[in-house]
Design a binder for this molecule. Structure first.
Ligand code: DOR
Ligand code: ZN
Length: 428
């Protein structure tokens, strides 16, 4: 079915467009953008017309850091429920991390993920394969084979690559293939035993802390390796002021470093743990108010390229336990967009910058042909109602898991229509 999106505010940073226009979808692709498509059109019952006045029409949002739990932990999330949550949250594409069981360190797992996603046909799913076998940090995986099977990037996310020689080899090998490495920056010799951010709150609660330098040191190391080997590196889930400073300096020096943060690192501080809320337990941990300020500055000045959910589903088996024993991670696919829109309302980002960080840049970093409304591209489109107010209710999530510390938050702005390949996958 062909669709005409009529009168929405079309924003595409790549084409420098921000204007009220019509957009015509034909055969799954973007066929026309213009002021008067509707006016000049002959009535054609084969075209579905959607009136989008007052709505924002953006290139489909891309979550470059999601954890789907299939294979192995289907009781937390499956590829299908993860994709349902994705389209409900306005994401047309997601890239999924390899810490499944078995780990996505060989082509049979990569192929399984692609096959399942194709079958459910909701969001586009791009597997991220492991850097090292079993993500154990010892032996590199077969990058070429994994890329050939469909992997778009490599990461041992959930764990750092502690061995610097292995990281150097990974950056060199991936660079020869033109495939990004996504680095989980954590010096485990500093973070070991820690349960939350090291600071006043951890002292008050009597919980062992994880210092900022556990992250900063590894960010500095990865930048040094990328500099020395003239390769690129992408830093995952930036949480500290020190990381922001290091990445800013590296960019000023012209190094090929990109970075993402997640909505919880600019929406919450470690105060969220003051009642031992296991839903707010996440690695890297929620940091101090000063770190949150630095993250916002990094987003605003372009140091942080992308916003990714780090959607990490866990069931009540892992979360409804004593704080010490709770798994870390929170879900984010269905709240990321709205929490990020708050940055626009607060004047930290323009709408154009937000779309850049949630669509254009993730596509560019992952080198996937997405993130624009250019004529001829796939019709992957996110429509946002910027005025829609809603209250987060974990019981209404499509995600199989409910571990969101944002339950009950009142948010403004929401994805109301998600189109993937010209087909409506979600609408309210
Ligand atoms: O809190 C986290 N949860 N941090 C990670 O790096 C991994 C993630 C998960 O997979 O649950
Ligand atoms: Zn992650």
């Amino acid at each position: 079915m062909n669709i005409l999106l009529k009168g929405g505010r079309i924003v595409d940073p790549l084409q420098n467009i921000d204007e009220e226009m019509d957009l015509l979808i034909e055969e799954g692709g973007i066929a026309q953008i213009g002021k008067d498509i509707y006016k000049n059109m002959k009535t054609d019952p084969a075209i579905k017309i959607l009136n989008l006045e007052g709505k924002i029409v953006a290139p489909g949002f891309i979550d470059m850091h999601t954890h789907l739990r299939e294979p192995g932990f289907e009781y937390k999330e499956t590829i299908r429920t993860g994709c349902e949550a994705a389209v409900a949250g306005g994401f047309t594409s997601i890239a999924c991390m390899p810490n499944t069981n078995p780990i996505n360190d060989n082509r049979s797992v990569t192929e399984l993920i692609c096959r399942q996603a194709m079958q459910y046909n909701l969001a586009n799913v791009y597997p991220i394969a492991a850097i090292s076998k079993g993500s154990e940090g010892i032996t590199l995986t077969e990058f070429g084979d994994l890329k050939d099977a469909g992997a778009v990037a490599f990461s041992d996310d959930g764990k750092p690559v502690m061995n610097s020689t292995l990281m150097r080899r990974a950056l060199e090998y991936a660079s020869s293939l033109g495939t990004p490495i996504i680095s989980h920056c954590e010096d485990t010799s500093l973070s070991a035993g820690g349960l939350m951010n090291e600071g006043i709150v951890s002292t008050e609660l009597g919980l062992p802390g994880i210092s900022n330098i556990a992250e900063d040191i590894m960010v500095a190391r990865d930048i040094a390796i990328a500099d020395y080997t003239n390769t690129s590196v992408h830093i995952a889930h930036v949480s500290t002021a020190g990381s922001v400073r290091l990445i800013r300096q590296a960019k000023e020096r012209g190094l090929k470093v990109t970075a993402e943060t997640a909505p919880h690192y600019f929406s919450l501080t470690d105060e969220a743990l003051s009642k031992y809320d296991t839903y707010a337990k996440v690695y890297p941990p929620l940091r101090s108010a000063d770190d949150v300020t630095a993250i916002k500055e990094g987003l605003s000045d372009g140091t942080i390229d992308a916003i990714a959910s780090d959607h990490a589903p866990h069931s009540s088996i892992e979360k409804d336990v004593e704080f010490e024993y709770a798994s870390s991670g929170m879900i984010g696919l269905e709240t990321s967009l709205s929490l990020s829109l708050k940055l626009v309302a607060d004047g930290i980002l323009t709408l154009d910058q937000l779309i850049l960080k949630m669509s254009t840049k993730p596509a560019w970093i992952l080198r996937i042909p997405k993130g624009t409304l250019k004529i001829g591209s796939d019709a992957d489109i996110t429509v946002i109602d910027p005025e829609r107010e809603w209250t987060v209710d974990i019981n209404k999530f499509r995600s199989k898991s409910k571990n969101s510390p944002f339950n009950g938050w009142k948010l403004k702005g929401k994805a109301v229509l998600t189109i993937v390949g010209g087909a409506i996958k979600f609408s309210v």
